[in-house]
Design a protein around this ligand. Structure first.
Ligand code: SAH
Length: 259
């Protein structure tokens, strides 16, 4: 069966609604997917679930849709936030796309002392996340935060939020934690949460890691849980995927069959 295109639209979705698609979406449907009037399209807007629509009129200039029936009730994603220090463009793009597929609610760039790429185009990251949300069949987009400094992020910390600090340097002094100084395994922390509540943040550092002051500050805070992601140093993008996967598998929505 040919894949029915699935699009995020910023419009109310209900039976009989008529939508004019923005130019780039119309171009995608008509010229890329070569869809014509009468062809089905699946729509979601982050609020009203997923709906089946059909293309009303389609031309090079644009396309209109008529919304017909609801296919899925609206569901959310767990209260999971990824805070990461932006890295090189391609790897930051990878982090945003994978975090969207892995079901985060918020993607928050955090500027740390060793962050190389301070300039973050959040509009471009949102476009990437939207495309990933369409493909991964999410019913909502992740929120992409404007970059904040680590100090600012920690200063305004929400009451019922836990911070999982992926600390490659471990409990040892300064250098790489090694066998003795490694932080506790992330799985131990997660399995300890008998009645998980509140929100969870996973924090990943830049290529150069966190500096000593940052690590000491993080480890002094009551809501911070330093964890290791094993005996090897992972690239930031690998660490983000690994930590998000572990969290979703133990505390997240991979547990429920009816997600
Ligand atoms: N400082 C490291 C590189 C940091 S890797 C070096 O000397 O090369 C980028 C980020 O990924 C780290 O800041 C950390 O948040 C995460 N990370 C990588 N490997 C990790 C591990 N084994 N345990 C915990 N976090 C890890």
């Amino acid at each position: 069966m040919t894949q029915i295109p699935r699009l995020f639209v910023d419009a109310a979705l209900h039976a009989g609604a008529r939508l004019e698609l923005p130019r780039e979406q119309a171009h995608y449907l008509v010229n890329v997917m070569r869809k014509e009037a009468g062809a089905p399209v699946r729509l979601f807007n982050g609020r009203d679930g997923e709906w089946q629509a059909v293309i009303g009129a389609a031309s090079r200039k644009g396309a209109s849709l008529v919304v017909e029936t609801r296919l899925r009730e609206q569901t959310g994603v767990p209260r999971l936030r990824l805070c990461f220090a932006p890295v090189k463009k391609a790897r930051t793009d990878f982090i945003v796309e994978k975090a969207t597929e892995l079901g985060v609610a918020v993607i928050q760039p955090v500027i740390t002392r060793r962050t190389q790429s301070e300039r973050v185009r959040t509009d471009r990251l949102l476009a990437l996340a939207t495309e990933a949300a369409e493909q991964t069949e999410r019913l909502c987009l992740p929120v992409i935060g404007e970059p904040v400094t680590l100090e600012r992020l920690l200063a305004d910390w929400p009451e019922d939020e836990h911070l999982i600090f992926c600390d490659e340097a471990g409990d040892g002094e300064g250098a790489w934690g090694g066998a003795s100084g490694r932080a506790r395994p992330m799985l131990d922390l997660l399995e300890e949460q008998t009645a998980p509540s509140g929100g969870w943040t996973i924090l990943i550092g830049p290529e150069g890691g966190f500096d000593e002051t940052e690590r000491a500050h993080l480890r002094s805070l009551p809501f911070v849980h330093p964890v290791t992601l094993g005996p090897r140093i992972l690239r930031a993008d690998t660490a983000a995927v690994a930590a998000l996967t572990l969290w979703q598998g133990v505390l997240g929505d991979w547990q429920s069959a009816d997600a």
